[in-house]
Design a protein. Structure first.
Lengths: 117, 328
């Protein structure tokens, strides 16, 4: 059980590195952006995991559960806004990729470097 | 039981992530990443983060998939087969994973009540929300009022990203418009497919209604401007896919969208300035009404509306910019 308690962190570590791997290895720019969003999702998972409290519920305090335990609301606030900012920045990235395709005719990194030579 | 379900979902998450990276077909990758977002949303829900789960489901599984697909329509559907060796990267990534896993051995156990994160300011926010703002949802209270500055910053990041995409892509078709393989922006939409048309048209009003509910009920249940903005944008994007982009532009024209982008952010900022004019600090809503608690609630309602308006405007503008770029 001791090790199971760390499983969420391990999933975070592996997801983070899957994302990093995609960003390093993949030459296709859209694939790189997808990798970046995996990397981002791993960070989201880490924050939300840390906010979880044994026996807690979602931090919505009503009269019925006013004396209960609640998970930490702060990581949730951070990640809530980060998700929307994440999609906006990814859209900007995709916009740049589309412009690259129109100028170079390709979105494979090695071919772009070949043209730039 | 919940724990076993959580482990199962996390393992599925990892498998999906590997499949996303492995697949050479970008269309498959994008579809899998939509699934990944949905799994992540369920995970968030199990971790008591209802607000975050709602956002991830609307943004990750809905809008991000559509944006990636419309980018694929203009660029390429397949990834080129890799030529260079990948052993070096693989070794670095495996070593880094092992280092990270080694580092987690010192972390507090999952959901440990004695973890440092639960000892610091979180209990203060949980205690003071009822007294200062008197709304049930602490996440909304922290987001809109206690940390209103940060959220204003986030709204302006979203605003800037929207402006950036409009600058990059504009509203004109690009040179690669003809090679559009998905007909995402077919002027006739999906009108000739019976099932999407019937089911989609039935769903749109309910998605819009749910979006409005999430917007205005955000103080009492999971929800708020970010989620509502994403949901309403998703409903209009669904309409655009079904009926063609031009029909969606008749519903909300481009000029209105630009007004929404700027208007929402301005509304948020103006509420902040009102705080100064009424003799208090920037973004202090207590002075908006004679009763400080009522003032806080009023301020929250208005700034959440501002957030929702900007997010809807930005996401829809981005979609239309992508769609126009690939138009026939």
């Amino acid at each position: 059980m001791e090790l199971l308690g760390l499983y969420y962190y391990w999933v975070f570590a592996i997801l983070l590195m899957i994302g990093l791997y995609a960003v390093i290895v993949k030459l296709n720019l859209i694939k790189k952006l997808i990798g970046l969003s995996l990397f981002q999702a791993a960070v989201f998972l880490l924050y939300i995991t840390m906010g979880k409290l044994e026996g807690g519920t979602a931090p919505i305090v009503t009269d019925a559960n006013a004396n209960g335990l609640f998970s930490n609301p702060l990581p949730q606030v951070l990640i809530l806004t980060a998700i929307v900012v994440g999609i906006s920045t990814m859209a900007l990235g995709l916009g740049i990729v589309i412009r690259i395709k129109e100028e170079y005719g390709t979105i494979e990194e090695d071919e772009i470097q070949e043209i730039d030579k | 039981m919940t724990v076993i379900f959580g482990f199962f979902l996390l393992t599925l998450l990892l498998i999906t992530a590997v499949a996303i990276v492995q697949s050479q077909n970008l269309f498959v990758s994008v579809m899998l990443s939509g699934m990944f977002s949905l799994l992540l949303a369920v995970n968030f829900f199990l971790l008591d983060a209802a607000d975050v789960a709602l956002t991830e489901a609307a943004v990750g599984a809905g809008i991000s998939t559509v944006l990636l697909l419309s980018a694929l329509a203009i660029t390429a559907k397949h990834e080129k087969a890799p030529s260079s060796s990948r052993v070096g990267a693989l070794i670095i990534v495996i070593i880094a994973t092992l280092v990270l896993i080694y580092a987690t051995l010192g972390n507090p156990q999952f959901a440990d009540p004695n973890a440092p994160v639960h000892q610091h300011v979180a209990p203060w926010y949980l205690d003071k929300t009822a007294e200062a703002i008197d709304i049930p949802n602490v996440v909304t209270a922290v987001l809109g009022s206690f940390r209103g500055y940060d959220t204003l910053g986030e709204v302006f990041v979203v605003f800037t990203a929207g402006i950036g995409v409009l600058f990059l892509l504009g509203t004109q078709p690009g040179p690669f418009a003809q090679s559009n393989p998905f007909k995402l922006t077919d002027p006739k939409g999906l009108r000739h497919y019976l099932i999407p048309r019937v089911v989609g048209r039935m769903l749109i009003p309910f998605i819009l209604l749910f979006g409005l509910y999430v917007q205005f009920h955000g103080e009492y249940g999971p929800g708020g401007g970010f989620q509502a903005g994403a949901l309403i944008a998703a409903a209009i994007i669904l309409f655009a896919l079904l009926e063609g982009e031009n029909s969606a532009l008749k519903v909300i024209p481009r000029s209105v969208l630009i007004g929404l982008i700027a208007g929402g952010a301005l509304l948020y900022g103006v509420v902040g300035l009102f705080g100064i004019f009424l003799g208090s600090n920037f973004l202090d809503y207590s002075v908006l009404s004679s009763n400080p608690v009522k003032g806080q609630q009023m301020g929250l309602l208005i700034i959440e509306a501002g957030v929702g308006i900007t997010v809807t405007g930005v996401l829809l503008s981005i979609f239309h910019a992508f769609a126009a770029r690939g138009k026939f």
